[in-house]
Design a protein around this ligand. Sequence first.
Ligand SMILES: N[C@@H](CCC(=O)N[C@@H](CSS)C(=O)NCC(=O)O)C(=O)O
Length: 283
Amino acid sequence: MPIQFIRSSLFASPKNLLRTLFLVTKLRSLAMGSYTASSQSSKLFFRQLFEKDSSTYTYLLADVSHPDKPALLIDPVDKTVDRDLSLVKELGLKLIYALNTHVHADHITGTGLIKTKSPGVKSIISKASGSKADILVEPGDKVSFGDLFLEVRATPGHTLGCVTYVTGDGLDQPQPRMAFTGDVLLIRGCGRTDFQGGSSVQLYKSVHSQIFTLPKDTLIYPAHDYKGFSVSTVEEEMLYNPRLTKNQETFKGIMENLNLAYPKMMGIAVPANMVCGLQDTTS
Ligand SMILES: N[C@@H](CCC(=O)N[C@@H](CSS)C(=O)NCC(=O)O)C(=O)O
């Protein structure tokens, strides 16, 4: 946009003044190299992190406009806790929450380890998971960090207690919205439904009622990817997901015939993750 236009519109009306300030901030942030990876919000710091042995994504989010720079980690893995905490420290963030989308069967959560290394951090998981944690969230709850928040949506199907964390709805929240879907919705796939209270009927219902009803440009950030994808959108998955675009009966058949081996770490990971990954940690 020509600077001339920005200058002249500055004096036109209070509404234009606000619009102009927004544009100037946006232009300045683009010129300086945006601090955020995917969002238009100048408040949100966002980073996608990867653990290669279990192909798990961990997400770091922070409100960098707040003086404390409060931050949270979604689905941290025990093996990469030191990397994640170093990053938090380097960036001057204050980690306040370590969240899980569900009780993972393929790796040990880093939540308990984070609590021992960074006292004051609170662990979060859904009440429906039956696990121990400092905060047990329920559908509709908000997890606030600074002026930003995540909304909790119940998305059972891969496990009974799976939740999806969605960035807030509002002009002061990141746009487009971001959905951290755990294992319920993967890019061009979905979580298996053959253990931990899994159900293909529930998973289908969860995705269609809780995720596909979000705005089409909502970014989908899953807990795993096995094909090299990193992000998708609601619109893309509604159009191209090879499982969830089918009708429920066909979907049920697909899920019954996945023939996947049980995760190698399942026997160790599930009991450990019921107590945030550390058997001897209080929560
Ligand atoms: N081979 C891995 C486990 C792979 C696996 O089962 N992934 C799960 C999510 S972690 S429980 C899944 O739901 N996969 C769905 C799919 O379609 O691949 C291991 O041994 O850990």
